[in-house]
Write a new protein. Structure first.
Length: 251
């Protein structure tokens, strides 16, 4: 068991170095490296709108590319991954920077209909939102894997169709990081050995926890009025109730 854990930890470390850790889709791939923060820092450019358009035609991202909706500053890619038509695995290396020991995750797809150049939106959720927790509030490594992300039942997706999978990681303060991977749907039987899911590309690191997330009416909490609790005065007990979480199987 220790041997297995050590192997997994080493594998996670080699996938991405700690220094640049943010959200990375380790399976079925990603559009490309969007971990850059290369724009003019906001404190030097009060006019910044989060993306700098330079005269030489390049762009800069003072806060980092991953903050850009819908796909973290990356355009549609040509190197699509092949993925099962009925849905498949998604492995995510959440990465951490100081102060981010908790994060919310959303996973959606955008569907490219015949003749479309790109998906019109990323409005099809494929898992309920969930929270992950890490061991400390400073940077650390590790990944998690959802072995079977299902496709929404009311969508009839076809073999050969192109979709884009979008992963959103919302930090504790609500700011969201975006990563995408472009996919072509295939018959699962047609996946090559390298494309198939196994313990080498789909595993949960032991340092990550999962929390269910739900909401309830403020009226339902005893002693609380139906109004939103006063900002700055949210009692700890109410906070704990509203954001109550349970470690259970999510999917
Ligand atoms: C697509 O190409 C980019 C740029 O070379 C690379 O970073 C990325 O990992 C590739 N993605 C896939 C799914 O092959
Ligand atoms: C484009 O201009 C920006 C801002 O001056 C600079 O940082 C960047 O290196 C330039 N890129 C190229 C390819 O010349
Ligand atoms: C899917 O995208 C590829 C380019 O990445 C394109 O060649 C192909 O025609 C597209 N398929 C469909 C069904 O639109
Ligand atoms: C999102 O795109 C789908 C096609 O994939 C379309 O049917 C749907 O109306 C769009 N939803 C919104 C909110 O635009
Ligand atoms: C498909 O079902 C989901 C719930 O599973 C719903 O939110 C969505 O509106 C439905 N879409 C269509 C096009 O019926
Ligand atoms: C990782 O943990 C989640 C949440 O408990 C679970 O749904 C998923 O199946 C696990 N992945 C693997 C590869 O065991």
């Amino acid at each position: 068991m220790l041997g297995l854990r050590t192997t997994l930890a080493v594998a996670a470390v080699t996938l991405w170095s700690l220094a640049s850790a943010h959200t990375v889709i380790t399976y079925p791939g990603w559009r490309g490296n969007n971990l850059h923060a290369n724009g003019t820092p906001a404190y030097l450019n009060p006019d910044s709108i989060g993306i700098d358009h330079y005269e030489n035609g390049t762009t800069g991202f003072p806060f980092g590319m991953q903050w850009m909706y819908p796909c973290g500053g990356m355009p549609l890619s040509q190197n699509r991954s092949r993925w099962p038509v009925n849905g498949g695995a998604v492995s995510i290396q959440p990465g951490w920077f100081p102060g981010h020991s908790l994060a919310m995750f959303y996973i959606n797809i955008g569907i490219q209909e015949e003749g479309m150049l790109a998906p019109p939106n990323m409005s099809h959720p494929v898992v309920p939102p969930f929270q992950i927790s890490g061991p400390t509030n400073v940077e650390y490594d590790g990944q998690f894997c959802i072995p079977q992300v299902g496709m929404p039942a009311n969508l009839s997706l076809q073999v050969g169709q192109n979709i884009t999978l979008q992963v959103i990681e919302a930090a504790q303060h609500g700011a969201a990081l975006y990563s995408c991977v472009d996919l072509t749907l295939v018959d699962p039987a047609d996946l090559t050995k390298e494309e198939q899911v196994g313990p080498n590309n789909c595993y949960n690191s032991s340092n990550l926890g999962f929390n269910l997330v739900y909401t309830m009416s403020a009226k339902a909490t005893s002693g609380a009025s139906s109004r939103i609790p006063p900002i700055g005065g949210l009692p700890a007990a109410l906070f704990a109730t509203v954001f109550a979480t349970a470690v259970k199987t999510l999917w």
